[in-house]
Design a protein around this ligand. Structure first.
Ligand SMILES: Cc1ncc(C[n+]2csc(CCO)c2C)c(N)n1
Length: 221
């Protein structure tokens, strides 16, 4: 029988390919992405990561066993540690001061994505929250690998590219996939349906997140 994660990946393959091939990601690989777009992206991503870590902590609290608690509580910690380093470096390089960051509001898409993840992970069962979190891990790895393969040398976005195309990150992604498949094997058909919806919604929001940075999205009023 095909696993939950393989079924979800195949069902959303066109959406992934569209995300991978977005101008934002192509320009990032070529190192020609306009700095103001990357600046918008890292400010929003720093906000996003805090919400993502909170979502992981909700999921950790709902784990079915002690291994689940450890896996997702650690992932929450790693999200804060790794991303703080990455963002501290890029904030300096792209001229984002602590005040700039503190005064930056969440964009519409970032606000939606973070609210969606936190609400799902807090209110829905463990397996549904987990399915909502997977695209963030998996799509980033695959986009990271594609960008890495085509990346220009002397690219000012190299640290970002290396983080998501790296081996440490890949192991974490494999571990989330393995946990979700072992959990899905014990879920009802109704739960599996909800998990597919949660996975797809997050996969759509991943595309929207990059697209919003590409459009330098702001609130209309
Ligand atoms: C919009 C957005 N989606 C996914 C990631 C990737 N990501 C962020 S935290 C984390 C878990 C472990 O570090 C992963 C996979 C991102 N940075 N921004």
């Amino acid at each position: 029988m095909t696993s939950f994660t393989q079924t979800a990946w195949q069902a959303n393959l066109p959406l992934f390919e569209t995300t991978r091939d977005m101008p934002f990601n192509r320009e990032l690989a070529e190192g020609v992405l306009p700095p103001e777009k990357f600046r918008h992206y890292i400010i929003q991503d720093a906000h996003y990561l805090e919400g993502f870590a909170r979502s992981l902590a909700f999921v950790a609290a709902k784990g079915w066993d002690a291994d689940h608690i450890v896996q997702f509580a650690k992932a929450a910690e790693v999200t804060i540690i790794v991303e703080r380093e990455l963002h501290a470096d890029y904030f300096e390089r792209f001229g984002v001061s602590p005040q700039d960051f503190a005064s930056a509001e969440l964009s519409q898409v970032c606000n939606h994505y973070v609210s969606y993840l936190q609400a799902t992970c807090a209110q829905a069962p463990f397996e549904v929250g987990l399915a909502a979190l997977l695209p963030c891990f998996w799509i980033y790895r695959e986009v990271g690998r594609a960008i890495h393969e085509s990346a220009a040398t002397n690219n000012s976005y190299s640290a970002w590219i290396e983080t998501y195309a790296g081996e440490d990150f890949s192991e974490a992604v494999d571990a989330v996939i393995a946990t979700l498949d072992s959990v899905a094997a014990r879920c009802s058909a109704r739960s599996i349906e909800r998990m597919h919806l949660a996975y797809r919604r997050s996969a759509q929001l991943e595309w929207m997140f990059w697209d919003s940075a590409d459009r330098l999205e702001s609130w209309p009023l």
